[in-house]
Design a binder for this molecule. Structure first.
Ligand SMILES: [Cu+2]
Length: 127
């Protein structure tokens, strides 16, 4: 009699252990799914060539990076218009062969120029 009862207890312990293991397995399957994030930020390049921004107009999303690369033989800048207030961005001097990067922020249309050559015009649209 005594031996049989002890076997029953052992079976009970084993059963409890199995249920606990099954519970852990179920919990693992319920891990949250990977985030389905929106498009990752990208880098858009504007070449500065023959006293022009190429392309003259670029459209990006907030968080994207715009890189101005000076392929010309003289220095240039990429400077947003800012008559009444500080320009949204201002590269300062970009020397020949150099590049300057700007991370787009607030939505809007930004006309920009080169402070050395005001006839150079570009437009950055942030959506
Ligand atoms: Cu210039």
């Amino acid at each position: 009699m005594h031996r049989k009862r002890s076997l029953g207890s052992a079976m009970l312990v084993l059963l409890v252990a199995l249920i606990a293991a099954a519970g852990i397995a179920v919990a693992c399957e319920r891990m949250p799914p990977a985030n389905s994030a929106s498009a990752p930020p990208k880098v858009v390049t504007v070449a500065i060539r023959d006293f022009k921004f190429v392309p003259a107009t670029v459209t990006v999303h907030g968080g994207d990076t715009v890189e101005w690369k000076n392929d010309d033989s003289v220095p240039h800048t990429a400077t947003a218009d800012g008559e009444a207030q500080e320009p949204a961005f201002d590269s300062g001097t970009i020397r020949t062969g150099a590049a300057w990067r700007y991370v787009a922020g607030k939505k809007g249309t930004y006309n920009y120029t080169c402070t050395f050559h005001p006839k150079m015009l570009g437009k950055l649209i942030v959506q």
